[in-house]
Design a protein around this ligand. Structure first.
Ligand code: CU
Length: 585
């Protein structure tokens, strides 16, 4: 089963850009350029070994004929590939050439907390013209990434891939591999975007009209619009930053630049897909190619074949594809369908395949409003009917069905930051992502993920911690349990080595990709002793997800929504595990 046949030097990428890419190649690290099958020693600029130097600076970034300023690592967007081996030690010297503080966080890596790179939580940050030396052993393998945890720098380009080769070789054979790093770029800074959303939450939602007209094609009546308004629900809940300002990128390149990965027909190609967006959940598919998922968030899973994957911000998936002698479009549609990232897989440079049309913006359902528990209940058909038409109907019919009844979420502070409490949230780990319910082909769901072998490190939790994901769309406030991080919340305290279950209950109508630093947790998805390990989990609107972990990583760990502007608006806390090593409390 273990088959260390992947010779990365020969297989990872090419030294020259394919068709038309030469003009831009200087701006990209080799791993991100178009690949070619004909040149050896591709990706030779990957950073490897025990000593790695990284330099953060402002660099001009050109897209669609317009030039802006990006925050880059070693001068490129995305940053250089860091390629390590399980079992090695690494020291990374990060020098900050910005005129503001910076930082790098190693997303998904198990590191001592002082090396985690979160200013204000694990270290002070890196001051201008200073160098911070990170150092840690590599205790895992798989596909990960890095990004800044300072200000909005992650949203201005400070992102890059990390690949760690397993000590015992890859479990699944591949002839070639490619990194597919998805991101979103705006010429507006994250701070400007946030200011606009605070002033007007649907600022970027140019699709609102289309949304109101879907799916019948008939405009919603004025009465219905007023009902939605009374419920204080905005259809812009689907994505609060959209293609109105974002260009969606594959490996730093816009849809027109068409990043192309070259293969030889019949090869098994491993795609290391990383969603390194600031704000964009993607639906990824490659029309004509089944996708075999072999790893999620860096950890191997039992191979499972599918046709489309909703990939939350900060998640990674490794996919095996076996393309024929033709071109394929790699198509990553934003969840609200306001735009797409696009690349091509092809046997020869210059080939393209049809680009699928954007599908209709999705409609929220009863489940997305936290009424999933009502499905199938007798006597509710009238309400179901009303809901399908987007009217309020039964929403005020019972006290318990209220959209803001504190009894439905004890523990949530009903502050002005909470505009909704889901009346009956349900376990949605087996559900397709928002907007994919009606899709005809296969779609990956979390209950498809299973560890390849039984795990003996899984035991039942002794304590459950319920965390409510809360918000107020109108004020663009986001929080856990109704309290923003700036409001001096209590950290979540764990006793060292205790086994804990976290239950994340989404009280909002948006999907939140929630990330816990320092751990790979066990996603509770019904797979018994084969629970998959993850570092980030998409919590669907009106639903809940649970994960278990053993608190064996002492220290203070950031815990937050990975939508950058949700994190910056307050959906952030610290999980603190004591005692530290050496007995200190
Ligand atoms: Cu969020």
């Amino acid at each position: 089963m273990l088959n260390p046949t992947l010779h990365r030097r020969a297989l990872l990428g090419g030294a020259l850009a394919a068709g038309g890419g030469a003009a831009i190649s200087a701006l990209f690290p080799q791993w991100a350029r178009a690949q070619t099958a004909h040149l050896p020693a591709g990706g030779a600029d990957a950073l490897t070994g025990e000593e790695i130097a990284l330099s953060i600076a402002r660099t001009p970034f050109t897209l669609g004929g317009r030039t802006g300023s990006a925050t880059t690592v070693n001068g490129t967007l995305p940053g250089p590939l860091i390629r390590l081996r399980e079992g090695q030690d690494v020291r990374l010297s990060v020098t900050n050439h910005l005129d503001v503080d910076s930082s790098i966080h190693w997303h998904g890596l198990l590191v001592p907390f002082q090396m985690d790179g979160v200013p204000g939580v694990t270290f002070p940050g890196i001051r201008p013209n200073e160098t911070f030396r990170y150092g840690f052993p590599i205790r895992q393998s798989g596909t990960y990434w890095y990004h800044s945890h300072s200000g909005g720098q992650e949203g201005t380009g400070l992102i890059g891939p990390i690949v760690i080769d397993p000590a015992a070789g890859e479990r699944v054979h591949a002839d070639r591999e490619m990194i597919v790093m998805l991101s979103d770029w705006s010429f507006m800074t994250p701070m400007e975007i946030l200011r606009k959303l605070k002033a007007q939450p649907d600022y970027f939602n140019y699709q609102q009209q289309a949304w109101f007209e879907a799916p019948s094609g008939k405009p919603m009546s004025v009465a219905d619009k007023l009902k939605w308004g009374r419920m204080r629900m905005s259809p812009s809940d689907i994505a609060d930053v959209t293609g109105a300002t974002y260009t969606y990128l594959v490996n730093g390149q816009g849809p027109d630049a068409n990043w192309t990965g070259l293969f030889r027909p019949g090869e098994r190609v491993r795609l290391r897909v990383i969603n390194s967006s600031a704000m964009t959940i993607f639906n990824l598919r490659i029309p004509g190619l089944p996708l075999t998922v072999v790893a999620a968030d860096g950890s191997d899973v039992k191979p499972v074949e599918t046709d489309e994957i909703q990939i939350g911000v900060a998640e990674t998936y490794d996919l095996i594809v076996t393309p024929d002698d033709r071109a394929y479009t790699l198509f990553a549609e934003s969840v609200d369908r306001s735009g797409y990232a696009r690349g091509t897989l092809a046997p020869r440079a210059g080939m393209t395949a049809p680009i699928p049309p954007l599908r209709k913006p999705p409609l929220l359902t009863m489940k997305d409003m936290g009424m999933g528990g009502m499905a199938g209940m007798a006597g509710m058909s009238g309400m179901d009917h009303a809901m399908n038409h987007g009217a309020d109907g039964g929403m005020k019919m019972h006290g318990s069905m209220s959209m803001r009844d504190p009894a439905n979420a004890p523990g949530v502070a009903l502050t002005p930051g909470v505009d909704m409490i889901a009346p009956m949230p349900v376990d949605r780990t087996g559900d397709r992502g928002l907007g994919l319910d009606g899709v005809k082909h296969r779609v990956l769901v979390y209950t498809d993920l299973e560890a390849p072998e039984p795990r003996h490190d899984i035991s039942p939790p002794t304590r459950e911690i319920v965390v409510h994901l809360t918000g107020n769309m109108e004020r663009y406030m986001w929080s856990f349990d109704g309290r923003r991080f700036s409001e001096i919340v209590e950290p979540i305290r764990l006793a060292r080595d205790e086994r804990v279950r976290f239950k994340l209950v989404n009280e909002t109508m948006m999907t939140h990709p929630i990330h816990l630093h320092g751990f790979l947790f066990d996603l509770v998805n019904g797979k018994g002793d084969r629970l998959p390990k993850k570092h980030t989990v998409n919590v669907l609107p009106g639903g809940f997800v649970a994960f278990d972990l053993t608190a064996d990583e002492p220290g203070d760990w950031a815990f937050h929504c990975h939508l950058l502007l949700h994190m910056m608006s307050g959906m952030f806390n610290v999980v603190t595990v004591r005692p530290l090593d050496g007995g200190a409390a």
